[in-house]
Design a protein around this ligand. Structure first.
Ligand code: C2E
Ligand code: CA
Ligand code: CA
Length: 403
């Protein structure tokens, strides 16, 4: 994308506006031209896609409600066409609809679509046009999949070279706010790409059959770490387990052996499996989780609330913990719906006699809210970011949350 600000405050770039109200298009175009951009406003989706192909805009402004094709359909088409323009959605339909449309855009790969409730002010228009983070350069999955290009044999090499390591993020109790344990989060120190995040390679490891070896490394490294310092004694360790591990029949025995040799009690180890993974093959999940529970390990349903599974899954599978997806805590300040989901998940877990963790806690108000609704545990940037094993041990000794 070639929209950049130069020293006299002008912005280079091309903005394409689709709104069936020509006045709205005109206002956007005037603001864009004032700050040095080229601008075109169109009133139908046909014109929009013709112009898109010919002109490759750097910014797109989209009215959600159009007579011929609604904004969500336009977003789908844009994603299919692999548009990497910065996106701004506008509508008079109310904040809930706009937020839903933004979510849809995010799921189609637009990282930070802006939303503007009509009537839109000139300042808001200018802010969107000038804001460089609105663009797809910040679309992490795209950067990862498009540029980093992780291949299976690279993961294999990385495993041999011991390039994978773990960060640990604390989980604290509510309302006492004392350290309960840590979640292990994998990272890859890649010789060419630098630090690579799990979302960029876990999928590749799964599809190339390397995930079992990777999980083994994670299990070995994290259990060794947990056993390495007295401050971690009786702290819990949460390990993420991929959906693909459900059909790894050896997993419970290997985990049992690894815990024994590290001197860790299985009751301090929590395996986190996503809701979607557990739902994808319930019988496999039932067998695996039961075997893990029989050995004394705990099992947590991760990313709860964003999957499509039915509530009866929770009753049928032997979970010990529910982990509320981070998106709810992150939205809880402005969204009553997100708060309602946290509240009802806490109630649900009470009734099913499960522990409940809310992750994605980014501020004090959210943590205070978890006390009010009676959530057991909290995790998030407000408490601490994921950190190296050494830093985490230090944190467990010196932070205000240390026991
Ligand atoms: P997850 O299991 O849901 O892990 C939580 C993610 O949320 C982590 O991202 C963590 O850094 C991030 N996070 C924690 N607190 C906050 C917060 O307050 N705000 C925000 N915005 N984010 C927060 P990370 O480390 O990038 O991991 C992404 C995902 O990769 C994990 O999601 C998990 O599904 C997967 N993953 C990580 N490590 C492993 C692993 O060892 N094995 C497998 N199979 N998957 C892993
Ligand atoms: Ca997790
Ligand atoms: Ca999660």
């Amino acid at each position: 994308m070639d929209h950049t600000s130069n020293p006299n405050g002008l912005v280079q770039g091309r903005v394409l506006i689709l709104d069936d109200d020509p006045d709205v298009g005109r206002i956007f175009a005037i603001v864009a031209k004032q700050i040095g951009m080229e601008a075109e406003a169109v009133t139908s989706s046909d014109e929009f896609f013709t112009k898109l192909a010919a002109w490759c805009p750097t910014h797109i402004v989209l009215d959600l409600i159009m007579p011929d094709m609604d904004g969500v359909q336009v977003i789908q088409r844009l994603a299919e066409l692999d548009s990497d323009a910065a996106l701004c959605l506008t509508s008079g339909a109310g904040p809930r609809v706009l937020k839903a449309a933004r979510q849809s855009a995010i799921e189609h790969g637009f990282c930070t679509p802006q939303i503007l409730l009509k009537p839109v002010s000139l300042e808001q228009i200018e802010a969107f046009l000038r804001d460089p983070i609105a663009g797809p350069k910040t679309r992490p999955n795209r950067v990862a999949n498009g540029k980093v290009q992780i291949l299976g044999h690279d993961i294999q090499r990385g495993m041999q070279e011991k390039e994978f390591f773990l960060f640990y993020q604390p989980v604290i109790t509510c309302p006492k706010r004392k350290l309960k344990g840590f979640e292990a989060l994998i990272r890859w120190q890649h010789p060419v790409h630098g630090l690579v995040m799990p979302d960029s390679f876990i999928g590749v490891a799964e599809s190339t059959g390397l995930i079992h070896d990777l999980t083994n490394q994670v299990v070995a490294m994290s259990l060794k770490w947990l056993g390495s310092s007295p401050v971690l004694h009786r702290k819990t360790l949460s390990i993420n387990v991929s959906a693909k591990s459900l059909d790894d029949k050896e997993f419970p025995d290997r985990l049992g052996a690894a815990a024994r040799s590290a001197g860790i009690s299985p009751s301090d180890v929590i395996l986190e499996v996503t809701e979607t993974a557990a739902a994808s093959d319930e019988l496999l999940a039932l067998d695996l989780f039961t075997r893990l529970r029989v050995k004394g390990f705990k099992v947590s349903i991760d990313d709860f609330g964003i999957g499509t599974s039915s509530l009866s899954l929770l009753a049928r599978l032997p979970f010990s913990e529910i982990k509320v997806d981070r998106s709810f805590a992150m939205a809880s300040q402005e969204s009553e719906e997100a708060r309602a989901i946290i509240r009802s998940t806490v109630d649900l877990s009470r009734n099913l006699n499960l522990d409940v963790v809310t992750e994605g806690v980014e501020n004090k108000a959210t943590l205070d809210y978890l006390d009010v609704v009676g959530c057991d545990f909290a995790q998030g940037y407000y408490i601490a970011r994921p950190m190296t094993g050494e830093q985490a041990i230090d944190w467990a000794t010196t932070s205000p949350y240390a026991n």
